[in-house]
Ligand binder design. Structure first.
Ligand SMILES: [Zn+2]
Length: 196
């Protein structure tokens, strides 16, 4: 049975365990609004355009507010094998201002990417996901919009002896169907409950 958001009709993908023991079910937007309120931030400041364009390609923009800043995601392509880029920015930056940096992040990587799907470029992105449709959850890798098995990835990398594969870890855009649990006590740890 899907839970509905505590404030609207949308399905809840965030479940906040409150300090008082209750659970708050939220849609993405109302989760971001809730966490902003708890952190003393103005939610509307982080509202951003729905898409950005980089080198003529359109990317969906989503964001998630966390205790340390706002994570903005740019993604495009089919669910499960999306191209995905992420950038965490400080609360001092508005959602509008953030797009300049997100666009920069995407363009810095995509400018090196060729159409050849069997070749690594001078810079690029390899995603890591889990396939939960098979038993035991097999990992798979995402390269240029398609799935690679672990064996296929090793084969691809083995064409490049004498090279370093340098990397940068970033979270992939959250699956819209995934569920997330947040503990209020982690968001505002220093707060004394008795003050309320
Ligand atoms: Zn909602």
């Amino acid at each position: 049975m899907p839970h509905h958001c505590y404030l609207c009709e949308k399905e809840a993908h965030h479940h906040v365990k409150l300090k008082n023991g209750d659970v708050l079910d939220c849609c993405d937007e109302h989760y971001n609004r809730w966490i902003c309120e708890r952190l003393g931030l103005e939610y509307t400041r982080y509202v951003h355009p729905k898409t950005i364009s980089v080198f003529g390609e359109r990317f969906r923009v989503t964001m998630q507010v966390g205790p340390d800043g706002v994570m903005y995601y740019a993604s495009r392509g089919r669910k499960g094998v999306e191209e995905s880029y992420a950038l965490q920015l400080p609360f001092s930056m508005s959602g509008k201002e953030a797009m300049k940096y997100l666009r920069g992040k995407v363009s810095l990587t995509t400018m090196f990417v060729s159409d050849d799907k069997d070749e690594l470029d001078d810079a690029g992105t390899i995603g890591i996901e889990y396939d939960d449709t098979t038993e035991g959850e097999d990992p798979y890798f995402i390269f240029k919009g398609r799935k690679l098995s672990p064996d296929h990835l090793i084969e691809l990398l083995s064409f490049y002896p004498g090279y370093n594969l340098s990397y940068q870890l970033e979270p992939r855009v959250p699956d819209p169907d995934a569920h997330w649990i947040t503990y209020e006590g982690h968001v505002v740890p220093g707060e004394d409950d008795d003050d309320n």
